[in-house]
Design a protein around this ligand. Sequence first.
Ligand SMILES: Nc1nc2c(ncn2[C@@H]2O[C@H](COP(=O)(O)OP(=O)(O)OP(=O)(O)O)[C@@H](O)[C@H]2O)c(=O)[nH]1
Ligand SMILES: [Mg+2]
Length: 469
Amino acid sequence: MHSLDDTIVAVASPPGGAARGIVRLSGPGLRDCLERCFRPDPFVPLTSIQRPTVVPGFVFLHGFASPAPCDLYLWPGRRSYTGQPVAEIHTIGSLPLLEAVMRAACSGGARPASPGEFTLRAFLAGRIDLTQAEAVLGVIDATESAELDAALVQLAGGLAEPLRQLRSALLDVLAHLEAGFDFADEDLPFITSGELLRQIDDSAKQVRRLLDKMAFRSEAVESVRVVLIGRPNAGKSSLFNALLQRSGAIVSAQPGTTRDYLTAELEIEGLKCQLIDTAGMEAIVADLDDASIAAAAQSMTQAQSRRADVTVLCLEAGRPLDDWEREQLARFDTPNRIVVQTKVDLRSSHFPVGEGRGEGILLPASILPTSSHTGHGLHQLKEAICTVAHATAGPPTAVVAGTAVRCSESLRLAAASLDLARDAITSGLGEELIAAEVRVALIELGKVAGTVYTNDLLDRIFSRFCIGK
Ligand SMILES: Nc1nc2c(ncn2[C@@H]2O[C@H](COP(=O)(O)OP(=O)(O)OP(=O)(O)O)[C@@H](O)[C@H]2O)c(=O)[nH]1
Ligand SMILES: [Mg+2]
């Protein structure tokens, strides 16, 4: 067990002679301890200090003829690094002097801190999560500026905040599912399966994004997945070829030409993209020779679009929308999607933009007219991909090595559970099964953030710290 009840003390400045040395203390008995070894000059009762303050004074040292001058930095309340009263004694940076200050504090009731114990207390007080605790170590251990940069981003909440949002979204899903169990007799869905699916998909995507950050250390370059979707014959493969300026994908007037999916590397203004052409969705399955191949192709398309960083929905200019397209458009207010009209060279009448077409569907005002044959709008499409990728993914950020090693497996398990939850929804399995998978995902994410931990895990993490941090 990790005790929070005693007052700990350690030298917090680096070893070696320096102008200033720091001895740090934290714990509920801080004031009593200071009253025994420190004297403010001019005198003020320490009990009268309610806010963070610097108090000049002296520390009384055993075996030395005179006390040592120092400044006492005092955080008297809970709003400190460790969430308990904290003090730092800043004095001359001589090792024998700092050791004497330590001894004085120990005879005043403190005990020497173990490695990383201040940061451990910050974690146990909920001031930082486990990824931020590891970032403290990352900052100390950094040997090059890229490592320092990654550690500082992580310390500022680079992983903590997305994890918090993810856990909160999944807790909402779980709350809805569980409310459904409690009122099972009423036959009212607390959350529709479409909404459930959307939330699970969004969460799974976030988890994979975090995993990508973990992998970033070894991969060095993160590429943005751009997936082209649309109904058969919409012009996806033509757009794929036009964006790549080559003819890799087979194009034909026959709907259902693309059965698998194709990927190719595309670089737009320095942004590395993986462009993915998919099989056309829905509507004409019955026309195909082999409906099972079509079904497999469509499920591949769905899997690709779930993993997309940017989805480009291709709508053929001038054609009436079908049900699948209408359903897609209804979801296109999410920020990582772009809608294009294809083949605008063919039709004189494009969709009216930003208004309904008498079908109850509002087309996005930002719909992009394109033609793969004339090249119209391709430049704008590339720009839009860049903008969306930057806005939704943010710049790729590495994480501290220790965090990546500790958390990758948990994130993989969380992603796998969310995939199982999705399968349970689409196969119409009971809500209990969905909830069970969401719970597993939450536990795994909890391990990453440190809301679920064991003493062993904490010992392993904090023992790598130096004393005084
Ligand atoms: N005029 C014109 N024709 C186009 C354009 N883009 C595609 N086409 C034609 O539309 C037909 C279908 O194009 P594809 O690129 O194969 O369409 P797809 O969406 O990949 O089709 P599936 O793979 O079957 O889902 C072909 O005959 C293309 O030549 C365009 O910009 N202008
Ligand atoms: Mg195609």
